[in-house]
Design a protein around this ligand. Structure first.
Ligand code: PLP
Length: 371
């Protein structure tokens, strides 16, 4: 195995997604110090661009050092403290993780479950809030990458706020690929990752906190149990307000350059155009799969992640190995309850192109002997 020269794969799995040459070049720029005024200006720019991509005015919007899971954990440890009650919507692996992370924060977690592949009606969430009137946070995944289900979010915050709770949204596989409007939709805290629809390598987790979340953090009784993810300290580094910048940890400098370049590409394309491109590539893939007789697991599919049934008779691992070895294409295996039953084809960011859709369809047809 050649460990010196990583191969140029076509990454059509659940992430990481393909990274453009522009973003890779940005990584190679000279490393600045994390308190260098030039670096701080770059970080400010990244936070501004994140606000544009999240469609929010939230001052507390920044990239957590770590992958998407660090974003999930950052929001959980800061908003949830021992004794709190929370509702987590679980219809796949990532909802399950949110439940686990919030219970590790000492919360009493009421899991609202839906079958894998399905999504939640807002009425079911309203009913859960009535059953649990002390609920502080409702956590939900917009793009459940394990099943490909697309959870509607617009309109949910009104229900959650009426019950006096906050809405936390996992937007890891939606930010930059699906419509997401943090302010218009009233989302109180949201996290994402760089390596899905933003087209950047893994390593940073964009997060944003609204007014209710800030107030909840100010009202905490117990200190945040994670030192590394404590927003009361992180904000003194990421936001310049008042007393200047205070060192907390060394930010991943070169990854910040990469994220800035990736966000510049997103904003050059335009959010609406980008959402439309992901929708069009999904439609193109779906039509091709249908002609191969391959159907989708979820009724309401994401555009960014296509979770499909493995056709009867096909050898799951052998097909994926041949796609990788003969075509250099990575697709995802089924995760959790979907293992051995589904494949996951990601069309995210730089990877959501006509060329990749037609290539994966051709390769899949050949490997399945349908040509
Ligand atoms: C990928 C993913 C995560 C976790 O992100 P990592 O970058 O792997 O830590 C969380 N939630 C969802 C919905 C994801 O798809």
């Amino acid at each position: 195995m050649d460990t010196q020269h990583p191969a140029e794969r076509i990454l059509l799995g659940p992430g990481p997604s393909p990274v453009s040459a522009r973003v890779l070049r940005a990584l190679a720029a000279p490393t600045l110090g994390h308190l260098d005024p030039q670096y701080l200006a770059i970080m400010d720019e990244v936070c501004d661009m994140l606000r544009a991509v999240f469609l929010t005015k939230n001052a507390l919007t920044f990239p957590v050092s770590g992958t998407g899971m660090a974003g999930m954990e950052c929001i959980a440890v800061n908003l949830v403290e021992p004794g709190d009650e929370v509702i987590v919507c679980v219809n796949g692996v990532f909802g399950g993780r949110m439940k686990d992370v919030m219970s590790r924060c000492g919360a009493t977690v009421h899991a609202l479950e839906a079958p894998w592949g399905e999504t939640f009606d807002h009425e079911a969430i309203a009913a859960a809030l009535e059953r649990h009137p002390r609920t502080k946070v409702v956590g939900i995944v917009q793009a459940e990458t394990s099943t490909g289900a697309h959870q509607p979010i617009a309109g949910l915050a009104e229900i959650v706020h009426r019950a006096g709770a906050m809405l936390v949204v996992d937007a890891v596989t939606s930010l930059g690929g699906h419509e997401l409007r943090v302010d218009d939709w009233g989302i109180d805290a949201v996290y994402s990752g760089t390596q899905k629809c933003l087209g950047c390598p893994p390593g940073l987790a964009p997060v944003s906190f609204g007014e209710r979340a800030l107030a909840a953090m100010d009202a905490r009784k117990a200190p945040v149990q994670s030192w590394y993810l404590d927003v009361s300290m992180l904000r003194k580094y990421y936001t310049s307000g008042g007393g200047g910048r205070v060192y907390h940890h060394t930010a991943p400098i070169n990854m910040t350059y990469a994220l800035r370049e990736a966000l510049a590409i997103v904003l050059e394309e335009g959010l609406e155009a980008r959402w439309a491109r992901h929708a069009a590539m999904h439609a193109r893939l779906r039509a091709g799969l249908e002609s191969l007789g391959i159907g989708y697991v979820p009724a309401r599919s994401l555009h960014t992640l296509n979770c499909i049934h493995i056709p009867p008779g096909a050898d799951d691992a052998a097909v994926r190995r041949r796609l990788l070895e003969e075509y250099g294409i990575e697709i995802g295996a089924g995760l959790g309850a979907m293992a051995g039953k589904a494949w996951r084809i990601g069309l995210m960011g730089h990877g959501a192109t006509v060329r990749n859709v037609d290539l994966v369809l051709t390769a899949l047809a050949a490997v399945l002997g349908r040509r």
